[in-house]
Design a protein around this ligand. Structure first.
Ligand SMILES: [Zn+2]
Ligand SMILES: [Zn+2]
Length: 211
């Protein structure tokens, strides 16, 4: 499996494309904006599914267009369905390049669920806090965590938006750090990637949460 991370839109959301080179299929995670760029990066592979780490519109802004083009299933956790067409601020969707309405999910992400791509698997870890249905995707073989907006290099996801919950966020962070190795590469929802050990050593939020 090959992972490509493409920053999209005004908010630099990291859209991940996971490719099974042998089978020629690709999973798209968090296609928030920049449809043309995503389509270019997909070449020559055939998309087989769309996963949203959570329901914020900067992460789901091109789900509708991709579904219309390829007729593939869209996965999100049921607890984030209420966010899929919540613009948060008037006009926000236009600013960030989202094209709403977002369709209803075809499949609901659940904790412990495994999503198969070719010979490999992604494990769904439900990590509420930033939103109630936030999920991480763990690619065990590659030791990569696609973390959505759970944590960032030097920071964590905000918990003051609808459905956000600081206690839940702390619990999710504790779980990730106790279940996964320090050398896990973290693809964050925005900006640079990091590792769990790097954040444990230098991220003030993580240090407080894990205390
Ligand atoms: Zn978010
Ligand atoms: Zn985000």
């Amino acid at each position: 499996m090959v992972l490509k991370v493409i920053p999209v839109g005004l908010l630099s959301v990291n859209c991940s494309i996971l490719v099974d080179e042998e089978g020629g299929n690709a999973l798209i995670v968090d296609p928030g904006a920049d449809l043309e760029k995503i389509l270019r990066e997909l070449q020559p592979f055939k998309p087989c599914g769309i996963i949203a780490t959570h329901g914020h519109i900067d992460h789901i802004g091109q789900v509708r267009a991709l579904k219309e083009l390829f007729d593939i299933p869209f996965y999100v956790h049921s607890k984030d369905k209420f966010l899929l067409n919540n613009t948060l601020w008037p006009g926000f969707e236009r600013q960030i390049g989202a094209s709403l309405p977002c369709p209803e999910p075809d499949m609901e992400l659940k904790d412990g669920m495994e999503i198969v791509l070719g010979e490999e698997k992604l494990r769904v870890i439900h990590t509420p806090g930033h939103t109630p249905g936030s999920c991480c995707l763990y690619w065990e073989k590659g030791k990569v965590l696609i973390a959505g907006d759970l944590l960032f290099k030097g920071s964590v996801g905000r918990w003051d938006l609808p459905g956000g919950d600081l206690e839940a966020l702390k619990g999710s962070i504790k779980r990730i750090f106790s279940e996964l190795g320090g050398d896990t590469l973290v693809v964050c929802g925005h900006y640079e990637e990091t590792t769990l050990e790097e954040e444990k050593a230098s991220n003030p939020f993580i240090r407080t949460f894990l205390d």
